[in-house]
Design a protein around this ligand. Structure first.
Ligand code: HH2
Length: 289
């Protein structure tokens, strides 16, 4: 798939989406990049470190977070998108649930809209993407960020996530988004217990029935801190790298959304090579079937 002038060859390797939070309250890097220049510097550094695209967001969706007014979100993300587009050819995605923000971001050159509500928050978002000919990542969430971690329950987490993503795909296509420009994401940490997250990561490959590239974002999330005995977000890099390497070897993800791009790139180079190793030689080839 060609996105923002770059070709993404699915199956060849795990691609990297670098996280740029222009927010005062994100769970992992609160306020570090709220200032415009800092956010732009950070995005350019992620591109330099090997990000295949950078995901710029102006609303935290951490557990318990409330909604940010449209104008505030626009004021946070648009100048950053504009500056990154002017200074780099790295493709830009916008992390938003709102059609108004998506529309303006696409107008300024963003090529993908990353909607953590999977079109549940603002159905007009699909139309905005369709009109711009953009790509759309649909993420699964149970509930809303405000309440999602209260008591998440599923009978069959993998099947229910797939079913909801499938209905999101149909709604996006009905609104005019090209099917081949849709990505899916199981929404690690969005209305899920640690057990649900681990099971989804283990079974990520099953999302392939949806016929769309699979994006996943375990980076620095709470379940990693819990497994490591209660580490805070800034000490969750080793666990994050283990999670994306595991997913790469299991052939689960086409794109991983990470905060630490350079480290993730180094880890995935090894994990991708293991996943593609061929017997009796120094080479590795296409992924095993
Ligand atoms: N996770 C977060 C935000 N956006 N988008 C997708 N597609 N998948 C994810 O797993 C995902 C996402 C949460 O991480 P972060 O942006 O660092 O935190 P916050 O929402 O607090 O800004």
């Amino acid at each position: 798939m060609v996105l923002g002038g770059r070709t993404f060859r699915w199956g060849e390797r795990t691609h990297l989406m670098g996280v740029v939070n222009v927010t005062p309250d994100s769970f992992s890097d609160a306020g570090k990049h709220l200032e415009r220049a800092a956010a732009v510097r950070h995005a350019l550094a992620l591109a330099e470190a090997g990000a295949d695209l950078v995901d710029i967001g102006g609303e935290s969706t951490r557990p318990g977070a409330g909604e940010v007014p449209v104008q505030v979100e626009l004021d946070r993300v648009l100048p950053v998108i504009e500056a990154v587009r002017a200074q780099s050819d790295v493709p830009v995605s916008v992390d938003t649930r709102k059609a108004a923000v998506a529309r303006e971001a696409l107008r300024l050159g963003a090529v993908l809209v990353n909607d953590v509500s999977g079109l549940r928050h603002d159905p007009a978002l699909a139309t905005a993407v369709a009109e711009a000919g953009g790509a759309l990542a649909l993420m699964h969430i149970q509930g809303t960020p405000e309440t999602m971690q209260v008591d998440p329950r599923y009978d069959d987490v993998v099947a229910e996530v797939i079913e909801r993503l499938a209905s999101g795909i149909e709604r996006a296509v009905a609104a005019g988004v090209a099917r081949e420009r849709l990505w899916v994401d199981p929404g690690i940490g969005f209305g899920k217990t640690a057990g649900h997250n681990l099971f989804l990561l283990r079974h990520l490959g099953e999302l392939r029935v949806l016929g769309a590239p699979v994006l996943v974002g375990p980076s620095r999330k709470r379940f990693i801190g819990v497994l490591a005995g209660g580490r805070p977000p800034d000490q969750r890099l080793p666990g994050t790298l283990a999670s994306i390497a595991a997913v790469a070897v299991l052939h689960g993800a086409d794109v991983v959304r990470v905060h630490d791009v350079g480290e993730a790139r180094a880890a995935l180079t090894v994990a991708d090579a293991i996943a593609r190793a061929r017997e009796g030689g120094d080479s590795w080839g296409p992924p095993r079937p």
